[in-house]
Design a protein around this ligand. Structure first.
Ligand SMILES: [Zn+2]
Length: 223
């Protein structure tokens, strides 16, 4: 035990020892000042010390990596053209009142506006044959499963315009179809919603576009 203690003290001494060097400052016969590592009579001694630090010799890879919080995904605008305006936002009193559509946004735009994927993923299902109001309140739509498990849904598309099929992988900006006025829609617009499966079923979740979208008064462009 004593041996181990002595050994430990020895190691500790090495770890904290310093590199020291003594220089001597002298003035020669011509008045020139010079420094030497040899001591001469009347020379002024300087001790230069450099602390030996363990950190310097450690590999760079051992440094702990800083951790940053992951920023929430911000959705690029899922259409080409514009600028278009928001007519009903999250918690809109006209039709964004239930769990599946609470955080949806309605953007008024002319029928036939190209609708593009705001986030990459795999197409889950589509509807492409509905005429007018039809039987499904969603009208024609594309539902994309994102890699984080959330789903982006693009509603009220124009009949026959959906250009993707279930199982197809889409990238950000990839064409999905054209905007329309099908299903429970009282004017040409896109209803874009992000949803997630929870214990309470499929619910909408808040999302943000990556740039500001202007707003118009609610012209009762529904659902
Ligand atoms: Zn809506």
């Amino acid at each position: 035990m004593l041996l181990r203690l002595l050994l430990f003290c020895g190691l500790a001494t090495v770890a904290t020892s310093t590199l020291a060097m003594t220089l001597y400052k002298s003035t020669d016969a011509h008045g020139e000042v010079f420094f030497s590592d040899r001591q001469t009579p009347g020379a002024q001694a300087f001790v230069i010390q450099e602390r030996r630090t363990e950190r310097v010799s450690r590999p760079v890879l051992e440094r702990p990596k800083p951790r940053y919080p992951q920023p929430a995904y911000r959705y690029p605008l899922p259409w080409r053209g514009g600028p278009f305006r928001l007519t009903q936002g999250p918690n809109g009193s006209f039709s964004h009142t239930d769990a599946k559509s609470r955080y949806a946004m309605d953007i008024a735009m002319p029928e036939g506006t190209p609708i593009i994927a705001a986030r990459s993923g795999v197409v889950m299902n589509i509807e492409n044959e509905q005429v007018g109001r039809g039987n499904d309140a969603s009208g024609n739509f594309v539902r994309v499963q994102h890699d984080d498990g959330t789903q982006g849904v693009y509603l009220h598309l124009k009949q026959g315009s959906v250009s993707v099929r279930p199982g197809q992988r889409v990238r950000v900006g990839g064409a999905l179809g054209l905007s329309g006025n099908t299903g429970n829609s009282s004017g040409p617009h896109l209803h874009f919603v992000v949803q997630q499966h929870t214990e309470a079923g499929l619910v909408s979740i808040p999302y943000e576009f990556n740039q500001p979208v202007g707003t118009l008064p609610n012209f009762a462009l529904g659902n």
